[in-house]
Design a protein around this ligand. Structure first.
Ligand code: SAM
Length: 298
């Protein structure tokens, strides 16, 4: 994949009464390639950098999407930087990262230099504009839970696939088929490219644009979804008819304070919580379809 654009966009976001870590995580979630905290007297501000392969308006709409549930955050400045610094440093900004017991995520340029794999599965992800480099805590939670949830031969739906990282992990963990879907058509090319990097046969992962599970006609063993609270809540009612009885769903992208309402929503659709985990402010869960469900493809 070619490096596009000869400049970077920056967007400065200001917050009142928010933890630094949460602010940086939200900025990551919007697709930023890096950020720095600004030294302001009474407020917290972060300057976030975005690649110029998309227009500034695109990034601002992404940021606004992520900031919507956080009324204390606002964009105070945005613009172009000609500074080339980020071009040279960003390749070094993605060292290999071990996740869970069995996975290592790395950018493709580390492939040959990283020898100490200790029998782990390597997930190669090019850090492009799609979310899912492996560095965000919500992705790490999803990967850890996925590692414990994928059974050999599973059929999986990865909702909000972003870079395709969870779909790739599912295949490496033994899934025989993955439906990787995203609302944003812009990510699909990156998913295809990451699948090729990982030498995953074309027919194993079907990549498509789609809202949540709308239009998916397969019955699956496992659903994975690292999005945010509102779309995840909207996804729940469709799950009992798309997941086999006994099938599992891995949810991430939720912050700790969203745990209780999310668990209640899971119980309402007859799902049982199998495991929960946290990292920083983020929370994730594996739940099982104990009610109804289907026994064959529809
Ligand atoms: C936080 S990223 C997760 C990316 C990757 N799966 C990971 O775990 O790192 C969320 C992704 O969900 C997608 N998304 C948001 N709303 C969606 C919806 N209603 N249906 C499908 N995908 C959606 C976004 O475009 C984005 O790529």
């Amino acid at each position: 994949m070619e490096e596009k654009g000869s400049f970077w966009w920056y967007v400065t976001i200001e917050s009142k009464g928010m933890e630094e870590e949460t602010l940086i995580s939200l900025v990551d979630l919007s697709g930023s390639m890096g950020s720095e905290l600004l030294d302001t007297q009474d407020k917290l501000a972060v300057k976030a950098y975005y690649r110029s392969s998309h227009a500034l308006e695109y990034w601002i709409s992404k940021i606004n999407e992520v900031l919507e549930p956080w009324p204390t955050l606002r964009i105070i400045d945005a613009g172009k930087i000609e500074n080339e610094r980020w071009h040279t440093v960003w390749k070094e900004a993605f060292p290999p990262i071990e996740v869970g017991k069995a996975l290592v995520v790395m950018a493709p340029w580390h492939k040959d230099s990283f020898e100490d794999r200790k029998g782990k599965s390597v997930l190669l992800v090019y850090p492009g504009t799609a979310f899912g480099t492996g560095y965000h805590e919500s992705t790490q939670i999803a990967l850890e839970l996925l590692e414990k949830s994928v059974n050999q031969g599973d059929v999986v739906a990865d909702v909000g696939t972003g870079s395709g990282i969870l779909a790739i992990a599912a295949v490496k963990l033994g899934a025989k088929k993955v439906f990787a879907r995203d609302l944003d058509p812009a990510v699909l090319e990156e998913v295809e490219s990451n699948l090729k990097l990982n030498e995953i046969p074309e027919d194993l992962v079907e990549v498509e644009q789609g809202n949540l599970l709308d239009g998916l006609h397969e019955l699956v063993d496992l659903v994975t979804a690292n999005i945010i609270f509102d779309p995840l809540i909207k996804l729940l009612p469709s799950l009992p008819s798309k997941l086999k009885k006994g099938g599992r769903a891995v949810f991430s992208g939720l912050v700790k304070k969203e745990r209780d309402p999310f668990i209640s929503a899971l119980q309402e659709i007859g799902f049982k919580v199998l495991e929960e985990t946290t990292k920083g402010d983020w929370w994730g869960v594996v739940a099982q379809n104990t009610s109804g469900g289907q026994s064959e493809n529809r």
